[in-house]
Design a protein. Structure first.
Length: 430
């Protein structure tokens, strides 16, 4: 599918964002190994989260869907059944990495794989700690999926993360639920803490001690009734759109405002954007509130703060659209220490550089990031998304201010995280 875009005169209105993808994955997995029924409202409509539900069904979990509500009949901590065939995580790195931690604690052998993109994403970073815990994990060469796991009796470990990754941290913590003795993970750069919050909500025990997180083994998790907040990563595209389209004014209600995720808001405010949070509350340990963003021409007369160091982990998903934003500020933006972007759904550093150049932007591509020149009027172009949802949506935002027509190829890949994205964008464009 090719999505065609022309420059917008302005943007106005309210966007109801889909449920947060990261939280939906975790609620579903923990509900599956809890006791009793869980009802999850505003469950993410994304294809990735439905990949998780598909894998859980294949493991013997009863899952019912009614609109955006998902009901899961928990099977208890060790109640999953051996699947009849290879589990398919499709395009979801969260599914394969987190679910592998749970599978490592079960006494059966199974395989889990994904689509062509996921099958080229490295899994060595979860294989190492799972093997240290006593699980048998095999893969193709270069630690690529499919993974074959034979779980059972695990031993608790103390493990320092070699990279800043919430997925690796979560995999180890989830495996720790099945271990003999406590399992602790040390992260020198804080990452998203949705797993820790969700574990506590379902009745698990997670203790923080400085840089260490320790999970107690053999919890008796209980089913819960929970509502997922709106996806802040999905909000990022509309916040940037409001910043660069003259006269724009947008409201985004009920957005998740987790402390480890709101660095995006802190960054945009630090850069000088007109961005406000209203009606903030906390439910099931997760903060949420309404966002209001509007255009301010003075904001674009400067450059964006450099994105580097510890800040990268907190902004990793938003970097593609922030690079687009940088191209529209007078001083551009510099991004470093972001080599993790090379092994996402696509090589996002290369994808961002190539597509910005197609739009007429001067870009210096580096191994760990980019230097994006600012102050350029964009010209419409063909955007090659590499079937990566965040590239598609980031350059849809660019198309709102480009001269002429912008054509987003393989635009349907936005469904991975934001089904209805194109309709939402059309609803606010004037």
């Amino acid at each position: 599918m090719i999505q065609k875009l022309s420059a917008a005169t302005t943007l106005a209105g309210s966007i109801d964002l889909p449920g947060d993808k990261s939280i939906s994955h975790r609620y579903a997995m923990l509900a599956a190994v809890a006791e009793g029924e869980s009802v999850i409202r505003r469950f993410a409509a994304s294809r990735d989260c439905h990949s998780t539900l598909g894998c859980l069904r294949a493991l013997g979990v009863a899952v019912a869907e009614d609109g955006d509500a998902v009901t899961i009949q928990g099977r208890g901590l060790r109640g999953l059944q051996a699947p009849a065939q290879t589990l398919d995580a499709e395009n979801s790195g969260t599914t394969i990495r987190l679910l592998s931690g749970i599978l490592a604690g079960h006494g059966f052998e199974c395989s889990i794989t994904g689509d062509a993109s996921l099958s080229n994403r490295p899994m060595g970073r979860i294989m190492e700690p799972l093997r240290l815990m006593g699980a048998h994990v095999e893969s193709r060469e270069r630690s690529l999926p499919p993974l074959r796991l034979r779980g059972g009796a695990l031993n608790g470990i103390r493990y320092t993360l070699p990279v800043a990754s919430a997925q690796v941290k979560s995999c180890v913590l989830l495996a720790g639920l099945y271990a003999q003795g406590a399992t602790a993970v040390r992260e020198t750069v804080p990452t998203r803490d949705h797993t820790e919050i969700a574990l506590r909500e379902f009745g698990g025990e997670v203790r923080a001690d400085g840089e260490w997180l320790e999970v107690a083994p053999n919890p008796r998790l209980q089913g819960r009734r929970l509502a997922v907040p709106g996806d802040l990563s999905g909000a990022a595209f509309f916040l940037v759109a409001a910043a660069i389209v003259p006269g724009a004014a947008l409201t985004l209600p009920g957005v998740g405002l987790n402390g480890r995720r709101r660095e995006l808001l802190n960054y945009l405010r630090r850069a000088g954007m007109d961005l406000f949070v209203e009606n903030e509350t906390v439910e099931a340990g997760e903060a949420r509130g309404d966002l209001y963003a509007c255009y301010n021409a003075d904001f674009l007369k400067k450059g964006l703060p450099a994105i580097k160091g510890a800040e990268v982990a907190a902004l990793i998903d938003e970097i593609p659209v922030l690079a687009v934003l940088g191209s529209q500020t007078a001083g551009g933006v510099e991004i470093s220490d972001a080599q993790e972007l090379r092994v996402k759904e696509s090589d996002r550093i290369a994808a961002v550089a190539d597509n910005l150049r197609a739009l007429g932007v001067e870009v210096e591509e580096r191994q760990d990031g980019l230097r994006v020149a600012g102050g350029r009027r964009l010209r419409g172009a063909d955007i090659e998304t590499r079937k990566d949802h965040r590239i598609a949506m980031a350059f849809a935002v660019a198309g709102l201010v480009a001269e002429g027509e912008t054509r987003i190829h393989d635009a349907e890949c936005a469904n991975v995280s934001f089904p209805g994205f194109w309709d939402a964008l059309e609803s606010i464009a004037r």
